[in-house]
Design a protein around this ligand. Sequence first.
Ligand code: T4K
Length: 393
Amino acid sequence: MIKSFDKPIYVTKPFLPPLEKFCQGLEEIWETRWLTNNGPILRRFTQEICNFFEADNVCLFNNGTLALQIALYGMGISGEVITTPFTFVATTHALVLNKIKPVFVDIEPQYYTIDPEKIEAAITSSTTAILAVHVYGHPCKLSALTDIAMRHNVKLIYDAAHAFGVKVGNKSIAHFGDLSMFSFHATKPFHSMEGGVLVFREAGLKDTFDYLRNFGFKNEVEVVMPGTNAKMNEIQALMGIQVLKYLKKILRRRAVIAELYRERLKEISGIRLVPSLPADIKYNHAYMPIEVDELEFGMSRDELYEKLKHYNVYTRRYFYPLICDYACYCNVSVKDPLTVARRVADRILTLPIYDSLPLSCVEAICEIIGHLHHRARSDPFFHVTTSRVLAGI
Ligand code: T4K
């Protein structure tokens, strides 16, 4: 008898530092009464992030979306930008809110990152940049993208929201392209509750980003450009400092969980796992994506998603629908047929993964998936009940 979980298992659960340690940190804030506006804890956190990335050009923000929006604005990106439709909607919003036209091209089928072969055909005289996404933390095709960006003299910007802690060789992934944005949202392996950071090549952009996140102030009396308020506060910075201490442990644990999923799911027909990343990549296991092949598995991705809820397992369909299919973007003309992106968006499911997820739960989730597969293949009434559930009957 396959049992359901007593409590819901969500796709993620944020790591939290020991409460007493966090309270000790709060005492400093209570003493200084410095809550935001480039306080001492933010300055300390910024230094730690510089050390982490081994980079000088770093600027922290109150979330990743504003960081990306400001990056595009501060770099003067305009016209058209070639990007992926298989991402979180914030990637495209950051372009459109800057009055930039997103030009969607397809993804590659292995790791779901933008397909370099599709980019060149989409470049026009209005193209100013490529905005690629290290989706799920999978590194994009870095050298192919660098080559295209250089040959066409366009900027190469990475939405690295998922990729904190990812390394290529011994180098942080932040060292590729002109700029990378990492999200520190609560749902990420590393977080500061909300937050984000830009890591960039051109030192001259540092002042611009600092001004833009703080109303354009250069000093008390000079406003040098129109800016917004995108500052990280002291409590976010405190959370960031404390979570950073545990990063290695968090990533090690996620690797163990992912390995167990892979081991248990590899034999289930109709479940496709992402191929292991090349040996020189240090991966962060930010997500646990699988593809569901309806014919082989015996039920569709949506049926599986619904059925798992009956067992108290709340997976997510990151990233379905494709961005270009959202109501607010369906008027954007898309020339690429997006064959791979469409297939993947219809089949993708991200399973629960977080450092505190017990291995016994991973075993149980895989057992439930195996059981559902078996029933879908052998029980003639299974699909009838599932379609009633999907139709809300
Ligand atoms: N670019 C990309 C490629 C991104 O994926 C994102 C964000 C961004 C840019 C923008 O970065 P930020 O501005 O967010 O820094 C979540 C996150 O809010 C979002 O950060 C993330 N990507 C996106 C992929 O996922 P939702 O609406 O799906 O999350 P939500 O609230 O449904 O949370 C998922 C599950 O996590 C919940 O069912 C339970 C658990 N959870 C969540 C929160 C917030 C907790 O246990 N505790 C929590 O505090 O967007």
